[in-house]
Design a binder for this molecule. Structure first.
Ligand SMILES: [Zn+2]
Length: 258
C-alpha cells in the first residue's frame, strides 16, 4: 500500500510519515509508524486511529475415506486455496506515545478452501492385475525368447520354456480373466490365456491338465494348470508368452530376477 494512501487514511500528509516509513510502499500486515509530531494530541488526550492490514489464512487439509476406491489409492478431490482476512486495529496515541492497540474487526476477504484428499479403503479384489508379473512355474528356464535352432517347434521362439515334471503347478503370472482354456490353438496343446487389466495377455501352453475355464477370474499366483507336453513340445515344460498390444515380447524383462 502506498504511503500516501495510508497518510490520507490517518488525515496527515505523507511528509509526516516518510521519515519513519522509508519505504515508498508498506507491505500488507506491516505496522504503520506515524511520527509523534503529527499528533496534535496533548499529554491529556488520546487520539485514536484505525489501521487495516491483511493476513493469509492457510487452507486446511482433510482426508476422507472412500470405500469406492481401492486401498492405497488417493485422489485430490479439491485443491486447497489460502484465504485472506482483513484485520482492522485501533491504535491510541497520547503525547506521541502509543498507549493502546487492539484489533476491532476481522473481515474475510477471500474464503479459504480446504484441500480434500480421498483415501481408498476398499481392499483390492484378488483378481486385480498388478501390472507386474510373477514366474508361472518354478522349474529351470530351458529356452529363452527369440531365434533358435530346434528340431521341433518354432524357430522364432515367442516365449520362454520352463521345465519341470508332469503335473507341476502352473500359476497365473498376474490377475485377470481367462480368455482361453482349451486346445484349439495349433501347437500350443492345452492352453490357458489370461487377459490382464492393462490389456496384456499371457499364454501358458503344453499343459497336461487345465484347472480353469474360459471366463474365470484368477488372481496372481493362482494355480491354473498342470505342466505337461501337449501340442508341439520338445519335452515337458511350460511355454509362457507375454503379449503387449498382441505382440509377443521377451517376458524376461517383465519377470523378477531369480
Ligand atoms: Zn516354447
Amino acid at each position: 500500500m502506498a504511503v500516501s494512501v495510508i497518510a490520507a487514511t490517518f488525515a496527515v500528509t505523507s511528509a509526516f510519515m516518510l521519515p519513519q516509513n522509508p519505504a515508498e510502499r508498506i507491505r500488507l500486515g506491516e505496522p504503520v509508524k506515524i511520527t509523534a509530531e503529527v499528533m496534535p494530541a496533548t499529554a491529556q488526550n488520546t487520539l485514536y486511529f484505525e489501521n487495516k492490514y491483511e493476513i493469509v489464512t492457510p487452507f486446511q487439509t482433510l482426508t476422507i475415506e472412500d470405500d469406492t476406491m481401492f486401498l492405497g489409492d488417493t485422489v485430490v478431490a479439491t485443491e486447497g486455496v489460502d484465504g485472506v482476512r482483513q484485520i482492522t486495529e485501533r491504535i491510541g496515541f497520547r503525547g506521541g506515545e502509543e498507549v493502546y492497540r487492539a484489533a476491532i474487526a476481522s473481515t474475510v476477504l477471500v474464503e479459504a478452501i480446504d484441500k480434500v484428499i480421498l483415501v481408498g479403503t476398499n481392499p483390492a479384489p484378488r483378481t486385480t492385475s498388478y501390472g507386474e508379473y510373477h514366474w508361472p512355474a518354478e522349474g529351470k528356464l530351458e529356452s529363452g525368447f527369440g531365434r533358435r535352432s530346434v528340431a521341433i517347434g518354432s524357430r522364432n521362439h515367442q516365449g520362454l520354456d520352463i521345465t519341470g515334471d508332469k503335473g507341476d503347478p502352473i500359476y497365473a503370472a498376474d490377475g485377470g480373466v481367462v480368455i482361453t482354456a482349451d486346445s484349439k490353438m495349433s501347437g500350443y496343446g492345452n492352453l490357458v490365456r489370461i487377459l490382464h487389466d492393462n490389456g496384456d495377455v499371457t499364454y501358458y501352453a503344453h499343459n497336461s491338465e487345465l484347472l480353469v475355464a474360459e471366463g474365470d477370474l484368477v488372481y496372481r499366483g493362482q494355480q491354473i494348470a498342470e505342466m505337461g507336453r501337449t501340442g508341439t513340445a520338445s519335452g515337458i515344460h511350460c511355454h509362457f508368452e507375454l503379449r503387449i498390444d498382441e505382440v509377443p515380447v521377451d517376458p524376461i524383462g517383465y519377470l523378477p530376477e531369480r
